[in-house]
Design a protein around this ligand. Structure first.
Ligand code: CO
Length: 290
């Protein structure tokens, strides 16, 4: 027995199925962002509905924030890399999201909330992920948790530091667990040329987004900064191996068990049927989210 714990070697690591550039857009009161996981990928990346990446040093790109708006039927997961955002919602929750922190909100049957920058200048960078709820949970009570940076478990391996936001990595349990979708959400920091292996159930849909440096796959595929890579659902695959280029890499790796339910979306409402969407609009207009 050696002192160092050997890194489990994957037998059949997943490769990149395709790269996605994302689409520059704006949301809220004019916040500039890149929509990386767009509506046309919801079925392919079930249970994930959306991923927005934002990152700018220009205050005018973020200062107006996201004033009051509703959500129903899914969860929003906001991960801040830099900057401060204050959150308030109709259920009476309020919190300040800071660098390295996560806000996990279950909209359930409905919340109205605002997300507003708590800074006049400096850099604002991070991600917002939408995670679907199974039909049976879409009308549950709203819930949320602010997870400070210090509360996110970290894993250190040779050449790699991994922040385990959700799920599990190398025996380290993440800050959040979800029964229905078994999400894995990791922020992986790699030294130049270093590799990191993550076990992934073959049935999970999985993707990653590189936000610094670049990743190189066994097939020679290079994933540069600012790109999402959809990982192939190779039958019998046992995980993903991420190898940094000579510049190192930082990437979020996200995976989850598909719900395989119908997806009906109208803006901030995501339900199973058109009828449920109509009901969501009616309930919102009747003030039932407040
Ligand atoms: Co929102």
């Amino acid at each position: 027995m050696t002192a160092a714990t050997p890194v489990t070697s994957l037998r059949t690591p997943r490769q990149v199925e395709r790269l996605v550039q994302g689409r520059a857009t704006s949301d809220g009161a004019g916040v500039k962002l890149t929509r990386v996981l767009t509506q046309d990928l919801q079925r392919r990346l079930d249970p994930f509905l959306m991923l927005d990446a934002f990152g700018t040093d220009q205050a005018e790109d973020y200062i107006a924030g996201f004033p009051d708006h509703p959500h129903r039927g899914f969860e929003t997961v906001t991960y801040m890399l830099e900057g401060q955002m204050r959150h308030r919602d109709s259920a009476g929750h309020e919190g300040l999201l800071g660098p390295g922190g996560v806000q996990w909100m279950t909209a359930g049957r409905g919340v109205i909330h605002s997300e507003l920058p708590e800074q006049q200048e400096g850099r604002m960078e991070g991600f917002q992920l939408w995670l679907n709820l199974p039909g049976r949970d879409k009308m549950r009570d709203p819930w949320y948790r602010d997870i400070a940076s210090a509360e996110i478990p970290e894993l250190t391996l040779p050449g790699a530091t991994v922040r385990v936001i959700a799920g599990e990595s190398h025996g380290v349990s993440g800050a959040m667990q979800r029964e229905a979708t078994q999400p894995i959400y990791l922020d992986v920091h790699l030294d130049p040329g270093a590799s990191f292996e993550q076990a992934l159930p073959a049935t999970h849909n999985a993707f990653l987004y590189v936000y610094r440096g670049a990743l190189r796959f066994d097939t020679g595929c290079l994933v540069p900064s600012g790109r999402m890579a959809i990982l192939a659902n190779t039958p019998g695959s046992d995980g993903a191996r991420l190898t940094a280029s000579d510049d190192g890499a930082r990437a979020i790796l996200i995976a989850g068990q598909p719900l395989a339910e119908p997806i009906a979306q109208y803006g901030p409402f995501v339900m199973n049927t058109e009828g449920e969407l109509l009901q969501a609009v009616r309930d919102f207009q009747a003030g039932k989210f407040a």
